[in-house]
Design a protein around this ligand. Structure first.
Ligand code: NDP
Length: 460
């Protein structure tokens, strides 16, 4: 079976030196990999190694750093097939999506290779969740290394395999020992050490808002830099003049891709009264076409959910909505058949007649449910969209560009898609307002978050 080692100071730690856990496939519970469970002591050793490596790496010429990052990107691409397979096996997403995630992560390394030499923050702790374990790590690793910082990464405990392989490929490209380190183990222990230890000067975190709140409070004790990418509750507005067919297809894709376990998933759909029937019919049609199954199979659009906890939370939010008067239009249950018995499968679900009393419209479900609420005016839709503690992404579909731009200005979100269901691009800032986070990743903003500003004044 695959073995996932921690990497500290240029060494892969033998798995036998620690307690070992088995990572299982959420589609069928088959074992995928053995992973060693690290401790606070491992986190300290990794921080010390990153600190020791920092002067060398930060003073390495930017051309050399760029060359190494491009080589690392090439190695990730070369290994993309095997890393993608591990990702599908540990996380559940279809192979085509896993492969796209690995290639996109290699692209991030290339993108940041082209940035220059600056004053840098020092050792960074990079802490990431299970839904995009490689991509979200690459968003941090790329700018961190390009800026000249060293790092200790802590991947999610229950999906550390592909992320560790990604870092190993970077290390194998020839970076000096100690520049890249990976520790495994529980967030409450290993992650907490990375946050609390004064050696780390920057915490780049993606995960739940509650964890982010705690990290921000701890970082305050040493006035550390933080960038926090946290939860979302993204609205999707369909105006009366929208291209309904396109809007429905875009909505289904963004609500159900990765089983709704995306921070920028569509969580609330607001539809103009006059097109609500047509939109709803088309959304149901699009939803029922999605093919669900083991991510390793060909032609699968959706895999299982990542865990039973995620599935139970989805069911709880759905039940709360139905108890409060929502109507179930499709899905709402596990698919039937032997192929689905052992996995955490759930059918993509559309609900109608939702309102803001329901948990599903207020809390982050992180599951494959699209609840629909109707509105009379665009003003009302924007007020409803902004009525949330979160502010990560928002989408609006309209054929009037003025309506789209005015709405984009008024929507309280770090990214707004007008007639497009994506707000992510290597070159553009990504991040949230309100309780969705602080700081920005990607683009030059992502690099700046690893840099210090210094005013040097010469008296001549
Ligand atoms: P968590 O916050 O539970 O965990 C994220 C990471 O933090 C894991 O590696 C976890 O380790 C670690 N961690 C947990 N507790 C601590 C702690 N006290 N100190 C330091 N590290 C800790 O999030 P999930 O893994 O459940 O991820 C899902 C969440 O991520 C959702 O809320 C989603 O919205 C958000 N997300 C946000 C994105 C954005 O860009 N805004 C993008 C993608 C996801 P361990 O695994 O061991 O618990």
């Amino acid at each position: 079976m695959h073995q996932t080692h921690m990497i500290i100071d240029g060494e892969q730690l033998p798995i036998s030196s620690h307690k070992v856990e088995t990572i299982c496939n959420p589609a069928n519970q088959e074992p995928v990999a053995l992973v060693s469970v690290g401790t606070r002591q491992d986190a300290r050793m990794a921080l010390e190694a990153a600190k020791k490596a920092f002067p060398l790496w930060s003073e390495t010429a930017c051309e050399k750093r760029a060359e190494l990052l491009h080589s690392a990107a090439d190695l990730v691409r070369e290994r993309a097939k095997s890393i993608a397979r591990l990702l599908t096996q540990e996380q559940g997403k279809p192979l085509k999506n896993a492969r796209a995630e690995i290639l996109s992560s290699a692209g991030i390394l290339d993108y940041y290779a082209e940035e220059g030499r600056r004053n840098v923050v020092g050792v960074a702790a990079l802490i990431t969740p299970w839904n995009y374990p490689v991509d979200l790590l690459s968003w941090k690793v790329g700018p961190c290394l390009a800026a000249g910082c060293t790092f200790v990464a802590k991947p999610p405990s229950r999906a550390p395999v592909a992320a560790t392989e990604f870092v190993r490929a970077i290390y194998d490209a020839g970076l000096p020992a100690g520049v890249v380190n990976v520790v495994h183990g529980p967030g409450s222990e290993v992650g907490a050490e990375l946050v609390e230890n004064p050696i780390s000067r920057k915490i780049a975190f993606t995960g739940e808002t509650e964890t982010g709140r705690w990290i921000m409070a701890q970082a305050a004790l040493h006035i550390k830099r933080v960038s926090l990418e946290l939860g979302g509750q993204s609205p999707f507005i369909v105006c009366g003049d929208a291209d309904i067919e396109k809007a429905a297809a875009a909505c289904a894709q963004r609500a159900f891709s990765n089983m709704g376990q995306i921070c920028i998933s569509v969580n609330r759909v607001y539809v103009a009264d006059e097109v609500a029937e047509e939109f709803t019919d088309r959304l149901v049609h699009q939803t029922e076409r999605l093919r669900i199954g083991n991510g390793l199979k060909e032609n699968v659009d959706l895999g299982p959910m990542f865990s039973n906890e995620q599935r139970e939370k989805t069911k709880e939010h759905m039940k709360d909505a139905l108890d409060r008067g929502a109507e179930l239009l499709c899905g709402g249950r596990e698919p039937e058949g032997e192929a689905f018995e052992k996995g955490y499968f759930f059918l993509p679900t559309v609900l109608d007649r939702a309102d803001h009393k329901m948990k599903i419209m207020r809390e982050e479900t992180f599951g494959p449910v699209a609840p629909i609420m109707r509105f009379e005016t665009v003003d009302e839709a924007i007020k409803l969209a902004n009525d949330s503690n979160y502010g990560l992404a928002a989408y609006i579909y309209t054929s009037d560009i003025a309506t789209g731009i005015q709405a984009a200005e008024r929507l309280e979100a770090g990214g707004v898609g007008v007639n497009i269901n994506n707000v992510m691009d290597y070159q553009m800032p990504f991040g949230g307002w309100k309780e969705s986070g602080i700081g920005r990743e990607l683009g030059h903003y992502g690099l700046e978050s690893f840099l210090e500003i210094k005013h040097i004044r010469l008296g001549i």
